[in-house]
Design a protein around this ligand. Structure first.
Ligand SMILES: Nc1ncnc2c1ncn2[C@@H]1O[C@H](COP(=O)(O)OP(=O)(O)OP(=O)(O)O)[C@@H](O)[C@H]1O
Ligand SMILES: [Mg+2]
Length: 289
């Protein structure tokens, strides 16, 4: 994670190469709709995995395609739960919904889950994230969705109670068990709880925060740390990129106490291509242990 242009894509490539060369099986995935990895590896990448090194595959998530997948699954669920709505020409609403704000992070979550399944035999999945705003929405999604599901569950239970009062049916418990809408919300709750646990567990999710020796990226990084704390997501490592002077460390340690720091010096040569990145790692003696 990090502010726009700080070197998230470059350092995710560097990190992935280092891990692959240390013998781990690594998949590097671009989650940024404005993909950078093709330029960084001088290779045309796509939403299908490309092999860069025997232990490193790289791919780019097709966000638009995932928005469509997401909308199709919502449409299916709505139709299943509210059969009577077909009378209202539901399809025409989806024409509009596809342009709603907030879909991007849902699409990225679906992609994230599929990638975790597809690459489950890998040791590390490295996600090159979009700039701060969208990345925070992605990481906040489980917590915020749980607030929604709690409210929706309460609302649905109330609807069921009221309906039972009106129809004077006393089989309240049975009614609840078979209510499709209630079941769907409960399934969503389990799903988002599982995702929330994934993001909060430092053994599963490790956030590397990239920053540069300039006031703006430093300040934004402090805000990212504070925001993530509110949803219990820790930062694992600071990648202090494009620095000429590693001596600025004390300020970093003060703002990010207890977090591992890697210094990635400013390179005079353009950091494009596997060999150049590999040389950069060796020359600067960079390790991520
Ligand atoms: N250590 C470095 N030394 C020299 N140039 C660097 C270094 N790290 C990154 N760059 C350069 O800085 C520019 C931005 O890098 P990069 O695209 O990796 O950033 P980003 O954070 O992924 O950007 P975006 O927010 O647009 O996704 C690129 O031209 C890249 O080559
Ligand atoms: Mg990038």
């Amino acid at each position: 994670m990090g502010k726009g242009g700080v070197g998230k894509s470059t350092s995710s490539a560097i990190y992935s190469i280092a891990m692959a060369k240390a013998g781990h099986k690594v998949a590097l995935i671009s989650m940024d709709p404005a993909h950078n990895l093709s330029d960084i590896f001088n290779k045309q990448l796509s939403n299908k995995p490309s092999t860069i090194h025997k232990d490193l595959t790289v791919m780019e998530v097709d966000q638009e395609a995932w928005v469509k997948v997401y909308l199709r699954s919502v449409s299916r669920q709505v139709k299943k739960s509210y059969a009577y709505l077909t009378a209202f020409n539901l399809e025409s609403y989806f024409d509009v919904i596809q342009f709603s704000p907030g879909l991007e992070e849902y699409a990225l979550i679906l992609a994230f889950q599929k990638i975790r399944r597809d690459f489950r035999s890998h040791d590390y999945l490295v996600f090159d994230m979009p700039p701060t705003a969208l990345s925070l929405k992605f990481l906040f999604l489980p917590s915020l969705s749980l607030i929604w599901t709690e409210k929706l569950l309460a609302l649905r239970r109330e609807i069921i109670e009221k309906r039972n009062m009106i129809t004077r049916i006393k089989l309240i418990r049975k009614e609840r068990e078979t209510d499709k809408v209630l079941n769907t919300i409960e399934e969503q709750k389990v799903y988002f709880t599982m995702l929330k646990d994934t993001f909060e567990d430092p053994e599963t999710t490790r956030i590397n925060l990239v920053l540069n020796p300039d006031k703006l990226s430093f300040a934004e990084s402090e805000r990212i740390l504070a925001r993530l704390k509110t949803v219990n997501i820790p930062i694992n490592r600071i990648l202090f990129n494009k620095t000429r002077n590693p001596e600025t460390h004390p300020a970093l340690e003060q703002s990010f106490p207890g977090i591992a720091i890697n210094v990635l010096p400013l390179s005079d040569t353009a950091l494009n291509g596997f060999e150049i990145l590999e040389t950069y790692l060796t020359v600067n003696n960079i390790t991520f242990t």
